[in-house]
Design a protein around this ligand. Structure first.
Ligand SMILES: [Fe+2]
Length: 190
């Protein structure tokens, strides 16, 4: 963890709108609370929450310069890379905590399997009270983090599919992994 935390807070504040900053503070607090309930590192969860939207208010050109597209969706909708762009920007600025960087990168498309710190940040981002949605996911996260993650990813995939909107390949990969886990649990119970 960096020893110059106020510097990073200021870095975010200088790069996002006031409204975004208020969202960022709510995400950080909620991510730390969920991490506490799950017995995870609350300081890292809070840090990732503060840093997650560092690149959110950049324009398309800057986003794609920081995080070159990995798929057609990234190319067509550059906001899809704002997590990866934030990670790369942080690394360029000298931030070096790998767990926090991974949570920042994956907050848009979903955590990689088993990355529970990133799951706290992802869930906090989609369910912080200011969003006005997903309170049930927030409540579930305090009791069962993995179940809340599955619900959050399923809801996102179903919502996007229902609108005929393409799901990011990284999210789809996670969704399929979670569905596979669910099937494996079901099989072991029959
Ligand atoms: Fe974001």
């Amino acid at each position: 963890m960096t020893t110059k935390w106020p510097h990073w807070t200021q870095e975010v504040r200088s790069r996002v709108t006031q409204e975004r900053w208020e969202h960022v503070e709510r995400v950080a607090l909620l991510a730390a609370q969920i991490a506490y309930a799950a017995g995870l590192d609350t300081r890292r969860a809070y840090a990732a929450g503060i840093l997650h939207d560092l690149a959110r208010d950049l324009g398309d050109t800057a986003l794609l310069a920081l995080a070159p597209p990995e798929c057609d969706l990234d190319r067509r909708w550059p906001l899809a890379v704002h997590g990866r762009a934030a990670r790369n920007l942080l690394e360029n600025l000298g931030f070096a905590d790998g767990q926090v960087l991974e949570a920042v990168e994956d907050h848009v498309t979903g955590p990689r399997p088993g990355q529970l710190l990133a799951a706290c940040v992802y869930i906090a981002d989609v369910s912080e009270p200011g969003r006005g949605v997903n309170a049930h996911i927030r409540e579930l996260a305090f009791k069962d983090l993995n179940a809340a993650l599955s619900l959050a990813i399923e809801s996102k995939v179903q919502y996007l599919s229902g609108r005929g909107t393409e799901v990011h390949p990284r999210t789809l990969e996670l969704y399929e992994h979670l569905q596979g886990c669910r099937r494996a649990v079901g099989d072991s119970q029959t």
